[in-house]
Design a protein around this ligand. Structure first.
Ligand SMILES: [Zn+2]
Length: 300
């Protein structure tokens, strides 16, 4: 059992949640694992209320060692999870991908994750990562401060579309906008690569409706729930109630994501935030497990 304060009670609550739905566990497509010194920098950034926090107090709830964090997810009953990592400058992605391959090797219940950046050689290392077994990519438009429609990425997007490998992309303008955030740049990528499996992180917060539009237009676009609908996010960027029917209708393309461990509240709160949308148990089963299990071909 983990040393995290209250871990036993929280794990019990989380297990009750998915057992009550008749699920074999959860699949979380948006959890962060990265090289220790990079993660420490991210935490320091949140502690200092860096621009990405929108100036809002952001106490990290799960500040344990790597093996402890993975163990916690297992105690929660998360069957599969990702290692979202991303560069903020050129020359870093290939190194991160090497680390992520090692993490995937020592963490068999994680989904081998890789990342990319618009730079010379990107198509080459994306191909290498896919050949090495990467099952999901992460792109961070705000932190990377690049245009996802940058020509330098075109071959990489084409390759990922062809391979059917999903890309979780932080492209909404929340909690803080970037030069290239918002639906426009992503729409340009999709116009060129309509089969690209983009998973819009945070439901595209705060441009929820624009990203729902893109998901309606492109059948391979999905949305992850990361931090959406929680008390924390609803205060900053409330999800428009009138769009709940659209969220219900897209229930086969919404995926549970949480931002564990970098969240300012307990993991269980994200699950309750989904439950209180009142979209029904079938919707919850699809979102919390089945959609991602199908996308990643997890054994039943
Ligand atoms: Zn994240």
């Amino acid at each position: 059992m983990s040393d995290h304060p209250g871990a036993r009670a929280e794990a019990d609550g989380i297990r009750r949640f998915w057992e009550g739905l008749g699920l074999p566990g959860l699949v979380d497509v948006h959890t962060h694992f990265m090289p220790e010194r990079v993660l420490r920098k991210v935490w320091a950034y949140f502690d200092a209320l860096g621009p990405l926090t929108g100036g809002v107090e952001w106490p990290i709830t799960y500040r344990e060692e790597e093996d402890e964090r993975a163990a916690l997810l297992r105690e929660f009953g998360v069957r599969a999870f990702t290692a979202m990592l991303y560069p903020h400058k050129p020359g870093m992605a290939r190194w991160l991908n090497g680390w992520a391959a090692g993490f995937a090797g020592r963490t068999p219940d994680s989904l081998h994750t890789a990342t990319l950046f618009p730079e010379p050689g990107v198509a080459g290392y994306v191909r290498e990562a896919v050949e090495a077994g990467a099952r999901v990519f992460k792109a961070h438009v705000q932190v990377g401060a690049y245009d996802p429609a940058d020509e330098a990425l075109d071959a990489a997007w084409g390759l990922l579309a062809e391979a059917g490998v999903p890309v979780v992309i932080h492209c909404g303008s929340g909690p803080a906008p970037g030069k290239h955030t918002g639906p426009g740049p992503v729409a340009r990528v999709l116009a060129r690569h309509p089969r690209l499996r983009l998973v819009v992180a945070h439901m595209g917060m705060p441009e929820y409706e624009d990203f729902l539009d893109l998901a309606q237009r492109y059948g391979e676009v999905r949305l992850d729930t990361t931090m959406a609908f929680t008390d924390f996010s609803e205060r900053m960027a409330p999800f428009p109630r009138q769009s709940l029917p659209r969220l219900a209708a897209l229930g086969d393309r919404v995926l549970l994501g949480t931002d564990f461990p970098n969240i300012p509240y307990p993991y269980l709160h994200q699950l309750h935030a989904l439950e209180r949308l009142d979209l029904g148990e079938e919707w919850l089963r699809a979102v919390c497990h089945d959609n991602a299990a199908r996308l990643f071909g997890l054994p039943g």
